[in-house]
Design a protein. Structure first.
Length: 206
């Protein structure tokens, strides 16, 4: 082969470095296109995890209205009122509730509670109403769990010191303890508490 033919042959042969460069450029373009498509799908929710379905039986907060709150259920001297329907969902019942924003409902427990006090020298009898900022599902839960709730209230009462209960602070402490006891039962049995406070309709200590 003459020198001229050899030179022409080398000119016609594509350089391997050029091939590699072209392949790299093509691969980069594909990666870029794939990344853009993936970002678009993610942005439109294609890859986003599906939100968990909200439990329709979970109580909701009741927005405050101009109308006064009514008793949600029958109690002594009170007639039946329709259960309220809440509209504001919450992740759990331990969040702080703004009383100026949400409406409170009172549920009067029909039967009073009587228990011996801790020292055995006296007894306590109380009538209570339960307060909630949540809708009628909480009232339904209270009715359904009447037996364990009554048991929890009686056990709490039987642990009280009459000397402590003779003070205003002691009575307020009892309110908080009863609230905790009832919410504990509701959380265990229904998965949701919702009781804001316990109020005394009657209180006798002897």
């Amino acid at each position: 082969m003459s020198k001229t033919e050899k030179d022409n042959s080398e000119k016609d042969r594509p350089k391997s470095g050029g091939k590699k460069k072209l392949l790299l450029m093509a691969g980069g373009a594909l990666l870029l296109a794939g990344g853009s498509a993936g970002a678009a799908i993610y942005a439109t929710g294609g890859f986003a995890p599906k939100a968990a379905k909200e439990d329709p039986n979970r109580p909701k907060l009741v927005l405050r209205s101009e109308e006064p709150a009514e008793l949600a259920a029958e109690g002594e001297g009170h007639k039946q009122a329709p259960l309220k329907e809440g509209t504001v969902s919450v992740p759990n019942d331990r969040i702080k509730v703004d009383p100026a924003k949400y409406e409170i409902t009172y549920f009067a427990v029909e039967q009073p509670f009587t228990a011996n006090l801790a020292d055995g020298s006296g007894f306590i009898q109380i009538g209570i109403s339960l307060a909630t900022y949540y809708d009628g599902k909480v009232i339904t839960n209270i009715k359904r769990q009447d037996v364990p709730i009554r048991s929890a209230v009686l056990m709490t009462l039987s642990e009280q010191d009459p000397a402590v209960l003779s003070t205003a602070q002691g009575k307020q402490m009892l309110q908080r303890e009863l609230t905790r006891a009832i919410n504990t039962v509701l959380r265990q049995k229904e998965g949701f508490g919702g009781i804001d406070n316990v109020y005394f309709n009657s209180l006798v200590i002897q």
